[in-house]
Design a protein around this ligand. Structure first.
Ligand code: DGY
Length: 432
């Protein structure tokens, strides 16, 4: 009967694999993929797209590269790849392409998102073991990613402090995280603000950000638009300017992966290599190994932020050279998720800001699990394997939802969520 059970398990798993592929294909439009088919996000999102491309690479390499090429086709002349590309003029999203009014060839938002694309491209290329001839095809993509990462250094760290700023909570991807509560509370909401939310009509209100959050998101966005999204001005003038541990960790890893990709096409950049060292040494200082606490810097208000967020542990993903820091990070992560039924809550459930069901204030997100898993697999194999298995189990039980309760496993937010399907595929089909 043991053999029968394992046969049954495999059958179930292979049908879920098919369902994951179908979910991606159903969400696919012309050469790019929506984050979900529920009307919640009717456009191409930057980091969603990178995760989706990784998912495709497990069964359709052509779709994978189309996804990446379409995302990069939205790159601005200055190098930024926007956080949203509005390929269809859909007015059902707020703020829509008119509200952003970016004045570019492809309508887009005027801000960016974590540049996980560099890391995803490296994984795809490494796994496929391309020949020298095939490698040439990727040269242009790699050089455009280089321009993107250099844009961050030039405009998001103009004083070369070694740390990159984000200028809107949406740039982090973890929009309403308690990480931003303090800097957001300082933002005076624009008078006569006019916008109409659609998101909380599609997904239950209690699972989405609050009105006061949206008032501030739109206020910051309008201000950036009035500055014509001029990257030289935004760093100094935005109403929000934060150095975030999670974002910088993803950025550092992106730089390291770009360095690898450049080597791959027979190129290198000494200024990038220098910035990698600088960024790594500054990033480590944001983690206090003794107190096991992380510190974000609110540059706008010259103060610090200490919130126990899973995104702080993205530091494991950046593959720091310092072994003792890594050891302490792992110890701290084990404490972070002790007693949790489902991993990982986006905010430590013992913290006062934790909310079980509200978007980035507590729920489990599959992309966070994937990032942490990637960071752990070469440092603590058994812990990494436990996360892989728990994530697979959760998704198999509750299907491809946008996020899940860490207490009950309840699936929440959008259904048929692309990155949950894509990363499920990646978890199941790849052990490394
Ligand atoms: C949203 O609309 O909630 C997105 O997360 C913004 O990028």
């Amino acid at each position: 009967s043991k053999r029968f059970n394992s046969w049954k398990c495999k059958r179930i798993m292979s049908s879920i694999i098919e369902f994951a592929k179908k979910t991606l294909i159903n969400n696919r439009r012309s050469n790019y993929t929506l984050p979900t088919n529920t009307k919640l996000y009717p456009a191409q999102w930057n980091w969603d797209s990178a995760f989706i491309a990784l998912g495709y690479s497990n069964f359709n390499l052509d779709y994978s590269f189309k996804e990446i090429e379409t995302l990069i086709s939205g790159q601005w002349d200055d190098g930024m790849i926007p956080h949203i590309l509005f390929h269809i003029k859909d007015l059902n999203y707020t703020p829509n392409y008119k509200a952003w009014n970016c004045g570019r060839k492809i309508s887009s938002s005027g801000i960016t998102q974590p540049p996980i694309l560099a890391s995803i491209l490296r994984i795809i290329i490494e796994r496929k073991k391309f020949s020298k001839e095939e490698i040439k095809k990727y040269q242009t993509l790699i050089l455009k990613i280089k321009k993107y990462l250099e844009w961050f250094i030039r405009y998001r760290d103009p004083k070369r402090t070694g740390l990159i700023s984000i200028l809107h909570p949406w740039e982090s991807g973890y929009d309403n995280s308690p990480l931003w509560d303090k800097p957001m509370s300082k933002i005076k909401i624009e008078s006569k603000l006019k916008y109409k939310r659609k998101d909380n009509k599609i997904v239950e209100k209690s699972q989405r950000p609050l009105k006061i959050d949206y008032d501030r998101y739109v206020t910051i966005k309008n201000h950036l638009r009035r500055l014509n999204y001029d990257p030289k001005k935004l760093y100094y003038k935005s109403k929000f300017n934060v150095v975030d541990v999670g974002f910088n960790s993803l950025f550092l890893k992106a730089l390291k992966d770009l360095d690898f990709l450049l080597k791959f096409i027979g190129k290198s950049s000494s200024s990038l290599k220098k910035y990698i060292l600088l960024n790594e040494s500054k990033l480590i200082k944001l983690f206090n190994s003794k107190k096991m606490k992380f510190k974000n810097k609110d540059l706008k208000n010259d103060t610090s932020i200490e919130i126990p967020s899973i995104t702080n542990f993205f530091m494991l993903f950046s593959d720091l050279k310092n072994k003792s820091v890594n050891k302490n990070l792992i110890k701290s992560l084990k404490k972070y998720c002790k007693n949790e039924n489902y991993l990982f809550p986006s905010i430590n459930s013992r913290h006062k800001s934790f909310e079980e069901k509200r978007y980035w204030r507590g729920p489990v997100w599959i992309n966070c699990n994937w990032i942490i898993y990637q960071g752990l697999k070469n440092k603590d194999k058994s812990f990494a394997e436990m996360i892989r298995k728990k994530t697979i189990n959760l998704v198999e039980k509750k299907k491809f939802r946008e996020y899940y309760s860490c207490k009950s496993g309840l699936g929440m937010g959008a259904k048929n969520f692309s990155w949950s399907a894509a990363l499920y595929l990646d978890f199941v089909l790849n052990r490394s």
